[in-house]
Design a protein around this ligand. Structure first.
Ligand SMILES: Cc1ncc(COP(=O)(O)O)c(C=O)c1O
Length: 423
């Protein structure tokens, strides 16, 4: 094996050789910034912004006629985007729709699958992003079930990862739904979607996933893996902008499930404007839309997906893995006081790396003040996310070098526990 070259010039060379280096020109990374926070909010992209501007111009040009006359017509934004999102997550076109926000989609889909299931419990894990639990607990209450009894929380052995075996131990004949994230938001572990789906199905339970931290950066194959449903946002790796519309997937076997949160935007298109008192669900994932599509929160996604499609999710995943592998090697080589909290095996690693340090909060603050945008996840994680869309190897090198300099100078000790500068 070649010896690892930790020099800046080697990083530059790798950028020059990367097939995706040109993608960066389609984005506006904030000036003088090494942006390592694309798993929180992707940066401004020219394609997304142009698509939004076009929608605004067409509002000016058409007024209400834009629902049918705009290009593309606003009326079926959800379905059109869904067809394209299907390629991103490995599904059939009718299985996906752009709709609502992630949390709303958790309500809508966990609700529908709970209604359909024989069991009454939902299996989640203790390292979930909290909104998932808030939503599921309230869906359990709606069904008259005590969340303390019916929400089964799988524990982590090491505070960083969740293993499929632990999920298997928590599932039983009374399980209605197993709902897991594809990637854990703190440690960046990529869970085994296929294995977890199989575990759920062994007990006739449904398998659902929150893909917030993987959509656009991990090459999913939801249909092939047998996943029953999934939800995601488009403002992280997909770069559709702050508050951009969410997405959802429902496997075609479940197209007959009545939506738990029905609304007129989920009605069949040809009868929606009959405004009949009875709801007639659209065929497919489109039935899980609720209210009027938020046109300006959805339009940027058309442009953002142009970029994802031009690069290809497989290529993006390969580049992301190369960037995170390089980041792990540099941390090993140059930051012995830090530990890596993310699995080292590529197939268990999402698109970012948890760099652990006892003073992670102070370190994150110091990094931000020096133009390296990362985020802190208590108690000890600096999340470093080199998005393959616009971050290169040299950026990774600069981020690690900045951490080295801060630690050498003890510059992070100028900040308080809450990250505020105290000296
Ligand atoms: C795993 C996960 N789910 C959901 C959300 C947020 O949901 P929403 O888009 O409804 O704000 C986040 C936000 O970072 C997240 O990390």
């Amino acid at each position: 094996m070649d010896e690892f070259d930790a020099s800046r010039s080697a990083a530059r060379m790798r950028d020059a050789e990367s097939p995706l280096t040109g993608l960066r020109e389609r984005f506006s990374v904030p000036e003088d910034t090494v942006y390592m926070d694309g798993n929180s909010l992707g940066v401004h992209g020219q394609d997304a912004a142009a698509a939004l501007e076009r929608a605004v111009d067409q509002w000016k040009e058409y007024g209400v006629e834009g629902w049918t006359e705009a290009d593309p017509p606003w009326f079926d934004y959800g379905e059109r985007l869904g067809d394209r999102l299907a390629d991103v997550v490995g599904a059939k076109p009718a299985e996906c729709v752009a709709a609502n926000a992630t949390t709303v989609n958790i309500h809508a889909l966990v609700g529908a699958f709970l209604d359909a299931a024989d069991g009454t419990r939902v299996v989640v894990n203790e390292l979930d992003f909290p909104t998932d639990h808030y939503a599921i607990r309230s869906r359990l209450r709606v069904r008259g079930l005590d969340p303390d009894e019916h929400l089964v929380v799988v524990e982590s052995d090491d505070g960083r990862t969740i293993e499929a075996d632990a999920v298997a131990e928590a599932v039983d004949d009374d399980t209605a739904v197993v709902f897991m994230p594809s990637v854990l938001y703190r440690s960046g572990q990529l869970l085994d979607v296929e294995a977890i789906t199989e575990i759920a199905h062994e007990y006739d339970a449904y398998a659902g996933f929150d893909l917030a931290h993987s959509v656009g950066v991990v090459d999913h194959d939801l249909h092939f893996d047998g996943v029953d449903f999934a939800v995601w946002c488009s403002y992280k790796y997909l770069n559709a902008g702050p508050g951009a519309i969410g997405g959802l997937y429902v496997r075609e076997d479940h197209f007959d499930l009545p939506p738990a949160m029905a609304g007129w935007w989920g009605n069949a298109d040809d009868t929606q404007f009959d405004l009949a008192p009875e709801f007639e669900p659209a065929r497919g994932a489109a039935a899980f839309q609720i209210g009027t599509v938020p046109v300006f929160a959805a339009a940027p996604l058309f442009g953002a997906l142009d970029v994802t499609e031009a690069a290809g999710v497989g290529e993006l995943r390969a580049h992301s893995l190369a960037l995170t592998r390089y980041l792990v090697s540099l941390v090993d080589e140059r930051l012995p006081e830090c530990t890596i909290g993310t699995p080292r095996e590529g197939e268990r690693r999402g698109g970012y790396v948890a760099v652990e340090h006892p003073d992670a909060g102070k370190l994150s603050r110091a990094l931000r003040d020096r133009g390296v945008v990362v985020d802190f996840r208590p108690p000890n994680v600096v999340r470093v996310a080199p998005s393959p869309y616009y971050v290169g190897f040299e950026d990774v090198w600069l981020a690690v070098d900045e951490i080295r300099e801060i630690l050498d100078a003890n510059a992070h000790l100028a900040y308080g526990e809450d990250g505020e500068q105290v000296t």
